[in-house]
Design a protein around this ligand. Sequence first.
Ligand code: ATP
Ligand code: PRP
Length: 206
Amino acid sequence: MKPVIALTKGRLEKQFLNFFAGLGYDVEALLEKGRKLQIETKEFSFFFAKGVDVTTYVENGIADIGVVGGDILIEHQPDVFNLFPLPFGHCRMALATKIDYQWPEQKKRIASTFTNITKSYFKEKGESVDIIKLEGSVELAPILGLADAIVDIVETGTTLKENGLVIEDEFLSFSARLIANRSSLKIKRDQLVPVIERFKEGARNV
Ligand SMILES: Nc1ncnc2c1ncn2[C@@H]1O[C@H](COP(=O)(O)OP(=O)(O)OP(=O)(O)O)[C@@H](O)[C@H]1O
Ligand SMILES: O=P(O)(O)OC[C@H]1O[C@H](OP(=O)(O)OP(=O)(O)O)[C@H](O)[C@@H]1O
């Protein structure tokens, strides 16, 4: 059976394709995928899913390897081999709030999609906060008064800037990562090792 690769769709997809083409693999079928979620090439079976679902598929052995943001691995702690960083998908995690914001005396309310990362960030600071889980457009929360601040991904800083928010603290940086299913690495070792080595070499040469 061909190696099965789970790819995070959306932002990381195009960057992965550039990287993968640079390794010398044929990417034509991937470029022409349209709305299809599964693509077969001569060498691999690919499928596309949201980042956190990529970890679920890899953890359960449906995919042998996966490409996922480092933020997802830290937030969800899946039981997979976290192999190595890939040279794309760079971003940071930041605490941000409104310009000149007067913090309240009482417990702070922090909005984030990354509730576990937020929890450990404030735990390390010894501060107790209320965390409000949001699924997107997190920058709205301080503007609309739902929260005092946000913990979110920053890449260029444009979203913060255009919404009148500023970084209070930056505390983690990420890139995309290659992950693998623990048993696949043993059972399909002969097939997977050359692929993983090629990825590693490509990541090193950037
Ligand atoms: N500016 C950015 N915003 C969000 N994620 C980024 C950014 N830059 C790089 N990344 C990385 O890309 C990964 C996927 O981001 P993407 O925005 O496509 O996923 P998502 O936020 O789960 O998708 P959606 O917006 O469809 O809910 C993230 O997990 C992160 O590692
Ligand atoms: O620093 P920047 O380059 O502006 O990128 C950061 C923004 O991108 C992400 O949102 P996304 O576009 O994924 O939308 P979402 O809010 O729906 O998650 C992230 O949550 C920030 O809002």
